[in-house]
Ligand binder design. Structure first.
Ligand code: SF4
Ligand code: SF4
Length: 423
């Protein structure tokens, strides 16, 4: 297999195709600390794209409760166990010495390398994976809101003596999931019909419904289990990143690129989606004023989901700060401690950029900050100094025009007495 460079694992890896990169890449950051599990994102997607016959089980966007929830059931635990069985004790990270891997160097096997090692399951399999059974797709809300208890049982919630931060011993968190429009998609690698392609203009990964014959190799290979088979058409379908909106073709967008439906519908304001510029060699063009580039590459507060799988996913998560670190490290890699540290005591610039989430449906291509007054300061328990500045952050579109501006301190509105209990 050809060798390609995967920055998230800090090394080259084998992949069935040579490197080829888009000009821009669809990407998103989710702040798991803010999600309220309302499923507005899930329903926004469902009511837009998967409301037809044969799509009943299709949840291109879902929000599952970790550690027990998952759609399909146990998707990640199953694949992690399969990788461990192929490479017992070897799925480990090491420090990066090349300066190319911001999280370290993954020395274990990716799903592509594990498939090579196992002989590709009769030379047919290009990525280690499995086809979920029908019943595993039955319960999208399986274990919703179920906490991991102090003794490891689900449901334990009572602590006589209380708990101390930063980690809780009873915990759960919401994991928001959709197709990651991966740089090295396993679904594309596995398709024997070449029906799956990655668009040059925005890196969105699509299944050509004319070419698809429903072999379900993509369902088997995608480590995130995001392609889904539709029995009524005999084809597989997946998230299309609301590409008409990204292209500015939605009638509401005025010709400007607009964020996807699940992003815009987010009640918790946890989602920020946009496009990052990609160089010809696949590296991210340096764009420190692009909010996604800033959060992911400069502040390093948002991390990829299971980077060790090797597909270089383009969805990134600010990890939940109350969850035990070993759990988070296996899920988001070794960048977790630095990311949580940055989120707990945000720099002045990070605090301003965090205000950009969900103030507009238009894609924010860059930001500027106008300095304001210091409004608060204190020393944290670990001795770090925390300062809050009421800066104003200005969101700009792809041509540098202002979309909106917002301050760190939210304006306080008092409803006049005559309007109490009225709209
Ligand atoms: S998340 Fe899965 S379906 Fe989406 S691009 Fe990656 S491998 Fe393909
Ligand atoms: S809409 Fe936002 S807050 Fe609600 S479940 Fe989805 S990601 Fe979480």
């Amino acid at each position: 297999m050809p060798e390609v460079f995967n920055w998230q694992i800090g090394r080259t890896m084998s992949y069935p195709y040579e490197e080829a990169h888009p000009e821009w890449q669809f990407a998103f950051v989710f702040n798991t600390n803010r999600c309220i599990g309302c499923q507005s994102c899930t329903m926004a997607c469902k009511s837009t794209w998967t409301f037809s016959k044969g799509q009943e089980h299709m949840w291109w966007n879902n929000v599952e409760t970790k550690p027990y929830g998952g759609y399909p059931q146990y998707w990640d635990v199953k694949l992690l166990s399969m990788l461990e069985a192929v490479n017992p004790g070897g799925q480990r990270w090491a420090p990066d010495r090349s300066g190319k891997g911001p999280y370290g160097r993954f020395d274990g096997l990716t799903i592509f390398e594990a498939a090579e090692k196992t002989g590709g399951n009769g030379a047919q399999q290009r990525a280690l994976g499995y086809l979920p059974a029908d019943e595993e797709w039955r319960h999208p809300n399986f274990y919703e809101d179920t906490a991991k208890g102090p003794r490891g049982e689900p449901g334990g919630i009572v602590h006589k003596d209380g708990v101390s931060l930063p980690e809780h011993s009873t915990w759960f968190f919401y994991l928001q999931r959709l197709c990651n429009h991966c740089t090295y998609p396993a679904c594309l690698a596995a398709c024997p019909r070449n029906a799956i392609y990655k668009r040059r203009e925005d890196g969105i990964v699509l299944i050509d419904q004319e070419r698809c014959r429903g072999y379900r190799k993509c369902v088997e290979a995608c480590p995130y289990k995001k392609p889904m088979f539709r029995a009524t058409t005999g084809t597989s379908e997946k998230c299309i990143a609301c590409y008409p909106r990204i292209e500015g073709r939605d009638p509401l967008s005025g010709g400007e690129p607009m964020e996807a439906r699940c992003m815009v519908a987010c009640v918790g304001q946890i989602r920020l989606q946009g496009l990052v510029k990609i160089e010809k060699d696949g590296t991210w063009a340096e764009q420190p004023k692009n909010p996604l580039y800033y959060l992911i590459r400069v502040a390093q507060v948002a991390l990829p989901l299971y980077p060790q799988f090797g597909t270089e996913p383009n969805g990134f998560y600010i990890p939940p700060r109350w969850v035990p670190r070993p759990y988070l490290r296996q899920m988001f890699g070794p960048g977790v401690d630095r990311a949580i540290e940055a989120y707990e005591c945000p720099s002045r610039e990070l605090m301003a950029v965090l205000q950009l989430f969900r103030k507009s449906r238009q894609i924010v291509f860059s930001f500027e900050i106008e300095p304001g007054k210091k409004v608060y300061e204190r020393t944290l328990r670990d001795g770090r100094k925390y300062e809050l500045w009421n800066d104003t952050v200005i969101a700009l579109d792809r041509r540098g025009r202002e979309i909106f501006r917002t301050a760190v301190e939210e304006p306080f509105h008092v409803r006049p007495a005559m309007y109490v209990n009225s709209f």
